[in-house]
Design a protein around this ligand. Structure first.
Ligand SMILES: [Zn+2]
Length: 202
């Protein structure tokens, strides 16, 4: 006797959904069944949106943020932006949190990762040369390193600071300190140390 199971097409759909980040076996099955119950319209809408995004979205050749294929991103094509400010982030996904805080009017540069010899990521795997080119093209600019505060982020910041030292720019990094809404009792030792180092006159 054969065991009853979903038709092959449904099993393939579940397997494809399961490959997505954050979707487990049960979640994938639930999504697949939901699509089947919605009829063809919903499935076609998703298929078309996926195809359009995959076909038309690439990376900005200037900064590495998401952009329509072959085109520069919104920030790089905005003449109102301060081209003398270059905020360096690890990933393209780090741009929007900074953008949404509403207090930054400069440009960005996405490295595409951070130096991590254990994971086989070396400086030449990152968009460092392009960053140096951009800095040379804007003498006198400020390069703001907005990298992670972990070991890899620190190593990447130090490497970039060395590379940038010989160029006509000012290199700064994001201040690190106390999390909003919490006192010293809620901060770890490294955060507390950096908050003390970065203290300001009131
Ligand atoms: Zn761009």
């Amino acid at each position: 006797m054969k065991t009853q199971d979903y038709p092959a097409a449904v099993l393939e759909l579940i397997a494809a959904l399961k490959r997505m980040p954050g979707v487990g076996s049960r979640g994938a099955e639930r999504l697949a069944l939901w699509f089947l119950q919605q009829g063809r319209g919903e499935a076609r809408r998703l298929a078309e949106a996926l195809t359009r995004a995959a076909d038309s979205v690439g990376y900005c050749p200037e900064c590495g943020f998401f952009a329509e294929s072959g085109a520069r991103c919104t920030a790089c094509s905005d003449a109102a932006r301060d081209a003398g400010l270059l905020c360096v982030v690890e990933q393209a996904t780090d741009v929007l949190p900074i953008e949404r805080c509403g207090c930054y009017r400069g440009l960005y540069h996405c490295l595409g990762g951070r130096i991590s010899p254990l994971d086989g990521v070396m400086p030449e795997d990152l968009s460092v040369e392009r960053l140096l080119e951009r800095v040379r093209a804007h003498p006198g600019c400020e390069v703001i390193l907005a990298l992670g505060s972990d070991v890899e982020g620190e190593a990447t910041a130090l490497y970039l600071a060395e590379q940038l030292a010989a160029l006509p720019c000012r290199t700064t990094r994001l201040a690190q300190g106390m999390p909003a809404g919490a006192g010293p009792g809620h901060a770890d030792a490294i955060t507390l140390m950096r908050a003390l180092e970065g203290r300001q006159r009131l």
